[in-house]
Design a protein around this ligand. Structure first.
Ligand SMILES: Nc1ncnc2c1ncn2[C@@H]1O[C@H](COP(=O)(O)OP(=O)(O)OP(=O)(O)O)[C@@H](O)[C@H]1O
Ligand SMILES: [Mg+2]
Length: 715
């Protein structure tokens, strides 16, 4: 590759190649003003030479000025400059000897007679310069470039005339002798003019080159001119930074530049294939940044160039850096891929979600903040949206509309009253079976990134069946308790009827026993009769206590406990049993029958005592519960706990201990204590439960609603 000529101006290299930041015009541009050669510098020595050699005293030169079509005085010898320069003879003064000499190209001798033909101002000027008799010699021109093209259709062969006078008369021989000098002066003038033109044109060239330099280097893209062999002829500064090697370059930079030249030439050679009819082509070119070592991507536009001066052909290559563009494009492509895969993922996610929503049998509804449905699963659609085949007035469509209205007002209510919680029940109608559906609805607020509520998702659970079972259970309980009450009433009325004759029997037995001596053989029969009547009496007492019409009134449970304990205190002490109380002082009064609850407390305490034949501890505690117990969710309740350290209840006895007449105490127990107690507690709307571990003890828990039984007083 031939060494490239750089297109370089006089501006410092560091400022090149940055369009819009041009430094002030360089010095060379300012000095490029055309300086005309003063013709006097050529003519004056000639006039002086003539004066010396041929004895001429005075002389003046008038040169042809094509712009004014006149001969104009330029220089004089022994003639004042002002006079010499004031000569101006238009070329159309054909009679003027100076015009004649110029146009004919022949010398003339002029004397008084000739002068007489001249215009007055011209004649007086000549006389003033003391030219009375003189010679006019043309200064021949050899060069057509001088600009003396023609005057009135004729070539003018001279560049001007010289007029000379001396003391003696001028002869033809003098004229002959002057001719060679005149010819010499003419061509000297022409040469001077040529030199001047040349200088002028090279200044112009320098100026143009300077502007060209700025023009090409203002482009931040590399611009390269190559010849027919793809060798670089010219390149701008940016191109030099990529392609021009310097002797002091590092080995790495030299290698990069060598590589760039190689790649560029290769691309140029192959670009021929892509040329269009106008010889233009565009191709991509990858180069190396010689400083950074990084990859640079260019788009190379190739345009053909012809030097019409010598007919040589070349190529102009303009490289546009598209590294960033390419990277941006790659980034965009990558982002598009990422977006596509994200979209795929979202689609898959949505499909999965749809599958889940379809498979869930519970209705699921997503509502926006204006209660417009965003999403409904299949089951929700069935309940709330009439299908297209359902006409507006069809029963099914109406059910759907009603369901939707119910649900919307339900959700609005939930939103209005957050204290209510987001879970509640709603009764809808099945559009297909027309059945009533009790739906347990759980709504959750959907929040966006900044925590604002944007939607509500509601999941419904059909609890109709559950509620139906509950209803049946309640009915059964009611039925059972009614049965129990009826049994109780029957038992109590029998007990009442038996009680009076029994009292009479007991009195009779008492009298008989008092009258019978202990040695009497009948005394033992009397003892048996007394024991058995006592037993019958105990049974009747239990029965009557249960039945006795209860007096429901606010009752202090703690006081009842203390009273009951007072009744058996002595008995407990005798049996080495300790009593421990932990009674809640803030216990509210309970609507209850004090007599009946006391009977329950005594039954439980007596059982505890009987379970501890060798002594122990009975712990009694009370507490209040505010709706926390699953059994009394809606109401507050009072809980009584009676714990003993006795022998506990055998596992196999547990299912039977509330049954009437179940006892493990032989004839000492009637087996009615717990049965009656449970009846009383249940009649109060409460419950009785126990925990027992054999050998460790038993705990009975009685819970009573503070407000008493729901329908107290109805028994
Ligand atoms: N605290 C207890 N510890 C151990 N067993 C108990 C306890 N309470 C009740 N039982 C068992 O439950 C049975 C039934 O008790 P329930 O009070 O109904 O009848 P009873 O105590 O046997 O007779 P009654 O109460 O008429 O004297 C008892 O016989 C006993 O086996
Ligand atoms: Mg008992």
């Amino acid at each position: 590759m031939a060494a490239a000529t750089e297109l370089r101006g006089s501006a410092p290299q560091t400022t090149t190649g940055q369009a819009g930041q041009l430094p002030p015009a360089p010095q060379s541009v300012q000095s490029a003003v055309v300086q005309l050669v003063d013709p006097r510098e050529t003519l004056l020595p000639m006039l002086e030479g003539l004066s010396r050699a041929l004895g001429y005293r005075r002389a003046a030169v008038a040169l042809y000025d094509p712009a004014r079509a006149a001969l104009r005085g330029t220089v004089g010898l022994n003639v004042p400059d002002a006079l010499a320069e004031s000569i101006e003879i238009p070329l159309d003064e054909a009679e003027n000897p100076m015009v004649m000499a110029l146009r004919e190209g022949v010398p003339l001798r002029v004397d008084d007679t000739r002068l007489a033909h001249l215009r007055e101002d011209a004649m007086s000027l000549l006389l003033e310069m003391e030219f009375t008799s003189f010679a006019v010699v043309p200064l021949p021109s050899e060069s057509a470039q001088f600009g003396l093209a023609s005057f009135q259709g004729r070539d003018v062969p001279s560049v001007g005339v010289v007029i000379l006078s001396k003391n003696e008369t001028i002869t033809d021989a003098d004229l002959e002798r002057l001719m060679p000098f005149a010819a010499q002066a003419g061509s000297a003038l022409v040469r001077a003019s040529d030199v001047e033109r040349l200088r002028d044109s090279s200044e112009q060239h320098a100026m143009q080159k300077e502007w060209l330099f700025w023009m090409v280097n203002s482009v931040s893209d590399p611009v390269i001119l190559t010849d027919a062999n793809n060798d670089i002829i010219l390149q701008n500064v940016r191109a030099e930074s990529l392609f021009k090697a310097n002797p002091d370059d590092s080995p790495g930079k030299s290698r990069a530049i060598w590589m760039n030249n190689f790649l560029f030439t290769a691309a140029l050679s192959t670009s021929v294939l892509g040329q269009n009819t106008a010889g233009r082509a565009t191709t991509d070119l990858t180069l190396v940044d010689p400083i950074e070592g990084t990859e640079l991507l260019f788009e190379m536009r190739i345009l053909p160039a012809t030097n019409y001066f010598n007919g040589a052909r070349g190529t102009v290559a303009v490289l546009t850096n598209i590294t960033d563009l390419r990277h941006a494009t790659e980034q965009v492509t990558q982002n598009v891929h990422l977006l596509q895969s994200a979209e795929d993922e979202i689609r898959q996610e949505r499909d999965r979600l749809n599958l889940v929503l379809r498979s869930v049998p519970n209705p699921i509804i997503l509502l926006d903040m204006s209660n417009e449905p965003i999403l409904m699963n299949h089951e929700a659609l069935r309940l709330f949206q009439a299908s297209p085949i359902d006409t507006n007035r069809s029963r099914r469509a109406q059910v759907c509309v009603t369901n939707e209205a119910k649900f919307t007002s339900f959700i609005s209510q939930l939103r209005l009253d957050p204290a209510q919680g987001m879970s509640s029940e709603l009764v809808l109608t099945d559009p297909d079976s027309r059945e009533q559906l009790t739906m347990s609805v759980t709504s959750t607020e959907v929040r966006d990134d900044v925590g604002a509520v944007v939607a509500t998702v509601s999941v419904m659970q059909d609890v109709s069946r559950l509620r139906e079972l509950e209803r049946r259970r309640m009915e059964q309980i009611l039925f059972d308790s009614e049965k129990l009450a009826a049994t109780g009433r029957l038992a109590a009325s029998i007990a009442h009827e038996i009680n009076n004759p029994l009292e009479a029997i007991k009195n009779a037995l008492y009298l008989l026993t008092n009258k019978t001596h202990s040695d009497d053989p009948n005394a033992k029969f009397l003892q048996i009769a007394t024991k058995e009547t006592d037993r019958v009496s105990r049974i009747l007492r239990q029965m009557l206590g249960f039945y006795r019409p209860p007096k429901m009134e606010p009752t202090d449970i703690n006081r009842l406990i203390e009273e009951s304990e007072g009744l058996i205190e002595k008995h407990l002490r005798q049996n080495r049993i300790k009593l421990e109380n932990d009674l809640d002082a803030r216990l509210p009064a309970v609507i209850a029958s004090a007599d009946q609850i006391k009977q329950v407390l005594l039954n439980l305490m007596m059982n505890a005592q009987q379970a501890m034949p060798s002594g122990g501890t009975i712990s009694v505690s009370t507490r209040v519960s505010h709706g926390a117990d699953p059994e009394f969710l809606m109401s507050d309740s009072v809980h009584i706990q009676i714990r003993d350290t006795g022998n506990g209840i055998a596992e196999e006895h547990l299912p039977h201990i509330f049954e009437p007449f179940f006892s493990t105490k032989d004839e000492k127990g009637t087996g009615l204590g717990l049965w009656v107690s449970q009846g009383i507690v249940q009649a109060h709307g409460g419950s009785i439960k126990l925990r027992s571990r054999q050998g460790r003890g038993t705990t009975f828990s009685v819970a009573l609603p503070i407000g008493g039984p729901a329908e107290h007083g109805e028994r």
